[in-house]
Every structure is written in structure tokens, then in C-alpha cells.
Design a protein around this ligand. Sequence first.
Ligand code: IDP
Ligand code: MG
Length: 134
Amino acid sequence: MTVQQTYIMLKPDAVERRLVGEIISRIEDKGYSIIQAKLMTLTKDVIADHYAHLTDQPFYPKLENYMLSGPVFGLVVEGEEAIQGMRSMMGPTNVFDANPGTIRGDFATDLTYNVIHGSDSLESAYIEIRRFFG
Ligand code: IDP
Ligand code: MG
């Protein structure tokens, strides 16, 4: 067991739909700590860095528009095995496979508009925390 930090981002639909409080409650109820948090508006450059693995996908323009559509709420979440733990709480990328009880399972019905981002590895958590919190 290792205490880890992970980068969580409540995407523009979560902010727009006023789901921020509900999702933060779930993270705190789980037992994780929020150690940094801020509302921010992303730029095309930051989105392209963050989603560099997807820039050549046909859905990238839709993803870019989505992430530009309003502010996001970025968080650094800390706890035992928090990287995989948050990914489990989020549910899978394919929202149609996301079970009820997961954040995507409970709040999303669209492959792109899926409410939440969470780092997928120790390496990406390190990079993403620095990308968004310096
Ligand atoms: P993740 O968010 O579960 O880590 P990634 O593969 O890193 O999944 O994709 C980043 C984001 O791109 C997803 O959260 C979703 O918003 C969008 N996305 C991923 N795959 C698709 C797709 O097949 N169609 C439309 N949008 C997608
Ligand atoms: Mg990802």
C-alpha cells in the first residue's frame, strides 16, 4: 500500500450541471484527501498536451470543443492507492460499460461528455499534477 497523489478534473459538463459538490463528496466519503483544487479555463495548447495520445483521433475536435466549452475544476487527490482507486470510482472510458455506482455510470451517457478525468498511472499523475498545478 502506498499513498499516492492523482490529478482529477471535473470536466465542463460536471461544472455546468453543478455536480462538483456531489463528486467531491464521493471522493471525501471514500477517504481520500483533497490537497489542491481550482477552477480554471483551459487553452487549446493545454488540451492538446493533456490529450496528446488522442490528437489524431476522429473525435478529437469534439473533445477539444468540449474541454473549451466552460471552466473545469481541477483537483489533486491523495490517499492509499488513489490512482487506481479513483479510476475505479470513475468507471471505464466507455461509458456504456460503466456500472451504476461509478461516477460515469451514474452521471454520463455519452462517450465524450463523461464528467470526470483521472490520471491513469503514476507517471501520468506526476506529469498532470505539474501540468495543472505547476
Ligand atoms: P479516460 O478519460 O478514461 O482516461 P482516454 O482514452 O484518455 O480515457 O480519453 C480521454 C477522453 O476522450 C475521454 O474521457 C472522453 O472524454 C474522450 N473519448 C475517449 N474515447 C472516445 C471515443 O471513442 N469517442 C468519443 N470521445 C472519446
Ligand atoms: Mg486518459
